[in-house]
Design a protein around this ligand. Structure first.
Ligand SMILES: [Cu+2]
Length: 554
């Protein structure tokens, strides 16, 4: 017995040497990130006091950090799936903060939960393996009751993930791969940002910002652009369209590229959401100006302050260049497409207007608290039904779940909301992987989510940031998955799981031991657990369900 185990270990060791030298090569990336008070020339005259992320690269490819020109926004962080990322964060603000990697499936300790806020002058180390597909993600603060103000003052930027499947496609690259962060702000007479604070009306600025600048024109060539849109605004829901009738061709959503391009007459976009467009200027003429606008929609489909027509930005064609790219008919497979028949549990989370605030799942934010229907096992597939049906005040809410990306199963609208809904419904793109979605007044939305394998306490909340800061945020708590070596989830740990580990070698996706790496330790754990898998098979410790404590009074 002893010697056969020895043989297996010898074979595995040899195998692992071969595999590590031939398969996925991931980078070790180390970044020093600092948040501090700063100033920025945003409008002519006085400089504006802002918060600013700055970063320097300690290890990793030089392309990891890039800066958008003349902006208060932080550096764009570009990584690849499988990269091992370490961010040493220094808080030089005068207030507490955390950093959240919006859309990434990271550990509890790296997720930026407000319970992990560092005080002024404090520091924090975020460590995560990039498990996500290629896509447009972003990072921003997440402290309790102050997220809106900190994002508003400049703490936000893009986190771009790439992978082999994306690289294999002929998509616009370099300067034709264009991140666009859409925000609005108000300036006072001395050019300082006016923040109206957390209130249920939300926050709408009169000044349009594109990538943190009041200059909302972009000089473009007669080329095709991959435009990565981020709605980084506090509250404003966008209904985007081009004024020249150019089609809105969506190629990507929150969690990366779609399986195939999807054309919509206009694109609805709530705060926190990302969509990627294929924008074809190749047939434009020199001096053409194409305007990206937010079209009017029925205020009852959004809530107070929503639905005004608005100019967002312009593209001025200033040079003629040859274009050879053509829109791919297929992009990247989603991978697993969830089947509602495989759901192991269901949760219903209503949104209801309660005394002076929107309640989520009947509750307001409680720093460490969860209630029974906010707990799940890691890696379990569940259906979540969110409803926006009750109460005499109804707003649209951009709802965000931390951790894994999910799939949108269905939408249904109750009679009272149909007319308003008809002014927005054709722009809701539910294909693909999402971490944020708009739920409209009178609407019911069903999601399918396979919970993260990372145990711990994570948040779901409204990404209308004044709503979030008022307490429209809750925790969900994931216990360790019961059978981590059963990678193909067939109830038995056998050769097929072993082969899955080999297939995922070096990536984060064949992980059994919980370190986000697929390596020899996972093979050994699989052998140790070989056989029938049942809940509690490995006797893994369940994450203790902590008792909540009351939220400090506002
Ligand atoms: Cu909300």
């Amino acid at each position: 017995m002893e010697s056969s185990h020895m043989k297996i270990r010898t074979i595995i060791s040899a195998l692992s040497v071969v595999l590590t030298t031939t398969l996925v090569s991931a980078d070790d990336i180390s970044i020093n990130l600092v948040a501090s008070n700063s100033t920025q020339q945003m409008v002519p005259g006085f400089q504006t006091n802002v918060f600013r992320y700055t970063a320097n690269l300690v290890t990793g490819p030089p392309s990891t950090l890039t800066v958008l020109p003349n902006t208060y926004l932080g550096p764009t962080i570009s990584v690849n799936t499988g990269d091992n990322v370490h961010v040493h964060f220094q808080n030089n603000l005068l207030v507490e903060t955390t950093t959240h990697w919006h859309g990434l499936d990271v550990t509890e300790a790296a997720d930026g939960h407000p319970k992990d806020a560092m005080p002024a002058g404090g520091s924090y180390d975020y460590d995560f393996i990039v498990r996500n597909r290629a896509g447009t993600y972003w990072y921003h603060p997440h402290p309790d009751m102050m997220t809106g103000e900190q994002v508003y003052k400049g703490l936000a930027s893009f986190l771009i993930v790439s992978d082999d499947a994306e690289q294999a496609l002929d998509l616009p690259r370099g300067e034709f791969d264009l991140p666009i962060c859409i925000q609005d702000a108000d300036f006072d007479s001395s050019n300082q940002l006016v923040f109206s604070g957390a209130n249920m009306m939300g926050m709408f600025g009169n000044t349009q910002l594109i990538n943190g600048r009041v200059d909302t024109n972009y000089s473009a060539a007669t080329r095709i652009y991959r435009v990565r849109l981020l709605n980084g605004s506090q509250s404003r829901i966008l209904k985007l369209a081009f004024d020249d009738g150019s089609p809105m061709v969506v190629i990507g959503v929150d969690g990366g590229l779609l399986e195939a391009p999807k054309q919509v007459p206009y694109l609805m976009m709530g705060p926190g959401e990302r969509y990627e467009l294929w924008v074809d200027f190749s047939t434009k003429n020199l001096s053409d100006v194409i305007s990206l606008q937010s079209l009017a929609f029925d205020q009852l489909a959004g809530g107070i302050g929503q639905g005004d027509a608005k100019d967002i930005m312009t593209f001025t064609i200033d040079r003629s260049e040859q274009e050879t790219l053509v829109l791919p008919t297929s992009l990247v497979p989603m991978g697993e497409i969830y089947d509602v028949a495989d759901v192991t549990s269901e949760k219903v989370w209503p949104i209801v207007w309660g005394s002076g605030e929107f309640l989520l799942n009947g509750q307001t934010f409680d720093m460490l608290g969860t209630i029974a229907n906010e707990r799940a096992s890691g890696d379990a597939l569940e259906k979540i039904t969110m409803t926006n049906l009750e109460g005499n005040i109804k707003f649209a809410h951009p709802m965000h779940l931390h951790g894994r990306q999910f799939q949108i199963l269905s939408r249904s609208i109750a009679a009272g909301g149909v007319n308003a809904y008809n002014t927005v419904k054709d722009g809701l793109v539910d294909d693909g992987w999402h971490d944020t979605f708009l739920i409209m007044p009178y609407e019911t939305v069903e999601l399918l989510i396979r919970w993260s394998k990372h145990p711990g306490l994570f948040m779901y909340h409204c990404h209308n940031l004044p709503h979030e800061d008022m307490g429209m945020m809750r925790n969900f708590e994931l216990s360790a998955q019961t059978c981590p070596a059963d990678l193909n989830r067939d109830g038995v740990i056998n050769i097929s799981d072993f082969l899955e580990i080999i297939a995922q070698w070096g990536s984060p996706f064949g992980d059994v031991t919980g370190d986000d790496r697929t390596d020899v330790a996972d093979i050994l754990a699989t052998i140790a657990d070989w056989g029938v898998c049942s809940p509690g098979f490995r006797g893994l410790p369940q994450v203790p369900l902590r008792s909540g404590r009351p939220k400090p009074s506002k």
